[in-house]
Write a protein that binds this ligand. Structure first.
Ligand code: FE2
Length: 337
């Protein structure tokens, strides 16, 4: 039995109806950029009635960043004769723009001659919204962990927050993408997580630490790694924290790894951590000040610390690209002049 017969009792499918049933916007554009046909979903997405779309130029009806550039899908299809798939924000009705996943395929006449293109636009707004919700929830959990860590160790209260800020500014100087910076920020916000395993008596001890106490403190990057390693973050969070006391020349801890085998994120976190820690009071020593902190990282530039990270950090602080009050507060700085 011919299965197609079950469709409206006809041998032929009505392909126009098939395309109308597609929830994605479908638009057919000829080689002169005229919209030749569009489905109802196109109208819903753009807010443009079909009567005002068909016969008009596609770049007027449904503008995007690629319109009028060599990257315009119609131009590219004429060059490559191959389908394209890309993400682009599309201008929709009422001043709204929507993130679209766009597939553009060549449209050919029955004789096989290229006559234009068919664009299928999938509105990714719901996906973006749920991704945003997930991101906010993850940020909230990290924030809660950060507060819990600082509650337990009031001597470092505010430290993780300031380090996070400084890391973000250094990352920006180094040209990190927004996405990569987010990962670094999350790692910085909880980089002292491992300190919750250090007995309070050692954390609050004033004066020099004994050898065994130092060993306990130096285990904190590994302790944090153990807690985080099985969580599937979109960034190398656990590893970044594990490495934040490693140094380029191998003199750091806990593993003594060196050079490029230390993640760039960890090299940034390490420098920001030193700068902030030296600027503030610790039970076992007074604050030495931001000037001394900058001298320390400059002295270790290319030895203990990544030279590019040191340069970026010095620039951020000296050029006032960061709110110094946050890093400095109690430090006696000559940088205010
Ligand atoms: Fe640390």
């Amino acid at each position: 039995m011919n299965k197609q017969k079950s469709f409206a009792g006809s041998d032929e499918l009505d392909f126009r109806q098939v395309l109308e049933a597609v929830p994605d916007a479908v638009i057919v554009v000829d080689l002169d950029f005229n919209v030749r046909w569009a489905n109802a979903a196109f109208s819903t997405l753009t807010g443009v009635p079909l009567s005002r779309a068909v016969g008009k130029k596609c770049y007027d009806v449904f503008p995007g960043k690629l319109c009028g550039t060599p990257g315009c899908p119609l131009n590219r299809i004429q060059e490559q004769m191959a389908p394209l798939c890309y993400e682009e924000d599309k201008q929709c009705g009422y001043g709204r723009s929507a993130p679209g996943l766009i597939t553009a395929v060549p449209y050919r006449t029955a004789g096989g001659k290229l006559a234009g293109m068919v664009e299928i636009v999938h509105d990714m707004t719901p996906l973006y919204e749920s991704r945003e919700k997930y991101r906010k929830a993850m940020g909230g959990v990290i924030q809660a962990m950060s507060l819990a860590i600082e509650k337990r160790d009031p001597n470092t209260a505010g430290h993780q927050r300031r380090v996070t800020k400084l890391c973000r500014r250094i990352a920006r100087e180094l040209g990190f993408s927004w996405e990569r910076t987010e990962g670094l920020r999350m790692a910085a916000a909880i980089h002292d997580l491992g300190k919750i395993f250090i007995p309070q008596a050692i954390l609050n001890r004033s004066g020099e630490l004994a050898e065994h106490e130092r060993a306990i403190i130096q285990n904190h990057p590994k302790a944090a790694y153990e807690v985080l390693k099985d969580i599937d973050f979109p960034w190398p969070l656990a590893e970044t924290i594990y490495q934040h006391h490693e140094r380029m020349d191998g003199s750091g801890y806990p593993r003594g790894i060196k050079g490029e085998s230390i993640l760039l994120e960890a090299r940034i976190l390490g420098v920001a951590d030193v700068v902030d820690a030296m600027s503030y009071f610790r039970p076992y020593r007074p604050a030495v000040g931001i000037q001394a902190a900058l001298e320390e990282i400059s002295k270790g530039r290319g030895i203990k610390y990544d030279p590019d990270v040191v340069d970026a950090c010095v620039r951020v602080i000296k050029e006032g690209k960061m709110d110094l009050a946050l890093v400095e507060e109690k430090a006696d700085s000559g940088l205010k002049q």
